[in-house]
Design a protein. Structure first.
Length: 160
C-alpha cells in the first residue's frame, strides 16, 4: 500500500516526502529529485507526488510564493529569483503568478529593494568610476535589472 514502509524497514516515498515538506516547502521537481536520490522508484515517486498535490500537502504555487518572499527578505532582485524558480521546476505561468501576488501584497517594489540592498552594503555612491562599477556589479549579481540598478545608484542614499 502506498505510504506504508516496505518489509525491509525502508521508508516509503510518501514518508520521505512528508519529512522533507515538514522542514520547508519544496517544488514538485525538488521532491522528485530528492526522492530519486534516495533510491525510490520513479513510478512510486510520481504516484506519491500526485497524491500529495491532490491532498494540498505539496503545491508549486505555495512553494513559489514562499521562495519569492524569502528571497525578497534577502534583498535579491527579480532576475535572479526568476532563474532560481525556473531551476526548481516551475513554469513561467506559476512564476508570473507568484510575482503578481507579491506585487498585490505590496512586496514587489524592486526599485526600493535595490536601493535598500545598495545602501546596506555601501555607505555612498562611490567617488570613482571603479567604485560605481563595483556597486553596479553588486546589484546585477543580486538579480536587479539595468533600470533598477540606475535608480538605486541615484536614490539609495536619499534622505527618507
Amino acid at each position: 500500500m502506498p505510504g506504508q514502509p516496505s518489509s525491509s524497514g525502508e521508508s516509503s516515498p510518501r514518508d520521505a516526502a512528508i519529512r522533507l515538506l515538514a522542514r520547508r516547502e519544496h517544488s514538485r521537481r525538488e521532491l522528485a529529485e530528492r526522492l530519486a536520490a534516495q533510491g525510490h522508484p520513479s513510478d512510486g515517486i510520481t504516484e506519491c507526488l500526485d497524491a500529495l498535490a491532490e491532498q494540498g500537502l505539496q503545491s508549486d504555487t505555495r512553494f513559489a510564493e514562499s521562495f519569492l518572499r524569502s528571497r525578497l527578505l534577502r534583498g535579491q532582485g527579480p532576475l535572479k529569483i526568476r532563474v532560481e524558480l525556473e531551476r526548481r521546476g516551475l513554469d513561467r505561468e506559476e512564476i508570473h503568478y507568484a510575482f503578481d501576488e507579491a506585487e498585490r501584497a505590496g512586496e514587489g517594489d524592486w526599485f526600493a529593494l535595490a536601493c535598500e540592498a545598495l545602501s546596506r552594503r555601501f555607505t555612498g555612491p562611490g567617488d570613482t568610476p571603479r567604485e560605481r562599477a563595483r556597486r553596479e556589479r553588486f546589484l546585477a549579481q543580486r538579480g536587479f535589472d539595468f533600470d533598477q540598478v540606475r535608480h538605486a545608484l541615484k536614490h539609495a542614499w536619499d534622505e527618507a
